[in-house]
Design a protein around this ligand. Structure first.
Ligand code: AKG
Ligand code: FE2
Length: 349
């Protein structure tokens, strides 16, 4: 037991060494079977694929913008291709993460998170005995703003971990501006609307997720159902192993792998700003008995000092205000999440 009654858990990577004994707090005893039987989206209504080159080319922008609007209304997410990040660079991002998780335990522990904080290497903070834990180890880093980087949590091995993460951050920072502008335009708002609402000091958090193989994949989840705390999230999926599912019309659908695509989804804070026109999709991660899975999620988060609220233009008589203003949403988010509740409830009127 660590300070403040919080327990620092055993990495999942070590639990796997004893496959007969999956701890109870990871298990969904009943109702668990079927986790992996999610539907495959039909070809005529698959998660839309958006071409970001077409989105920024004057002759095709309008058409692609309409596609983006439809994608977000129907799924809350889309697969972005032609985003300008080289395939070899994405391979590098995946590689530095894999190399880190392959290090011996003592090496990884050098950037272990503090007991009460998510930043660094580790797994779920345990808030209560009843909490269901996620079958995943992570490296969670504040990558922006620059003066909030805490390098003691950043892996020193492999050597190019830091430079790769910095380059990835800069690329996705630029891309986040493109996407947030397009989202605003698709709602007939001034293009900088969501960027201005997010404030000057944009935060970005990067989370490398490592899902070890799981001996009981029908009764354990990699990540329990949630929507993200972000404005938008960029997810670099594993190149080969599926696992992500998204909830649409009360049914779970498998998110297909497009190797060099970035899956972009709307987070709770755009749901608030758009007064519920754009909804943050609920998603979860299922596991594989034989194979590990690695992903990287980049969360774009507004300035923590900024009050987030529905933009005036999207509030009117037919669409009354649906959300209360919130500040530093990420702080409340984790506590709700770990209790299996939707943090959004804190903001809904
Ligand atoms: O690893 C994945 O496929 C999704 C992870 C996720 O949803 C998250 O980190 O918020
Ligand atoms: Fe997520």
């Amino acid at each position: 037991m660590a300070e403040s009654g919080k327990i620092v858990g055993t990495p999942v990577q070590e639990l796997v060494l004893n496959p007969q004994n999956v701890p109870k707090n990871y298990m969904y005893e009943e109702g668990g079977s079927g986790f992996r039987d999610a539907l495959v989206p039909p070809p005529d209504d698959n998660i839309p694929v958006l071409d970001l080159y077409r989105l920024s080319s004057p002759s095709t922008a309008q058409q692609e913008l309409a596609k983006l609007h439809h994608a977000i209304l129907s799924w809350g997410c889309f697969q972005a291709i032609n985003h300008g990040l080289e395939s070899s660079f994405l391979a590098k991002v995946r590689e530095v993460s894999k190399q880190f998780f392959q290090l011996p335990k003592e090496e990884k522990q050098k950037c272990a998170r503090d007991p009460n904080n998510i930043e660094g290497y580790g797994n779920d903070i345990i808030y209560s005995e009843k909490q269901r834990l996620d079958w995943t180890d992570r490296v969670y880093l504040t990558v922006l703003p620059e003066d909030e980087r805490k390098f003691k949590f950043w892996p020193q091995t492999p050597d190019d971990f830091r430079s790769t993460v910095l380059q990835y951050t800069e690329s996705l920072r630029l891309l986040s501006e493109v996407i947030l502008k397009a989202m605003a335009k698709s709602l007939n708002l001034e293009e900088n609307c969501f960027l201005n609402e997010s404030g000057e000091r944009t935060n970005m958090f990067l989370r490398f997720n490592y899902y070890p193989p799981c001996p009981m994949p029908d009764h354990v989840l990699g990540v329990k159902p949630h929507a993200d705390a972000s404005t938008i999230t960029f997810l670099l999926q594993d190149k080969e192993v599926e696992g992500l599912q998204v909830l649409k019309d009360d049914q779970w659908f498998k998110v297909p792998i497009i190797p060099d695509a970035l899956l972009i989804n709307v987070g709770d804070q755009i749901e608030i700003m758009s007064n519920g026109i754009f909804r943050s999709p609920v998603h979860r991660v299922v596991l594989n008995k034989e194979k590990e899975r690695l992903t990287a999620a980049m969360f774009c988060i507004p300035d923590s000092e900024k009050v987030i609220k529905p933009v005036d233009e999207l509030v009117n008589e037919t669409r009354p205000i649906l959300y209360r203003p919130v500040k530093n949403y990420v702080d409340i988010y984790f506590q709700y999440y770990q209790q299996g509740k939707r943090p959004m409830e804190a903001s809904k009127i």
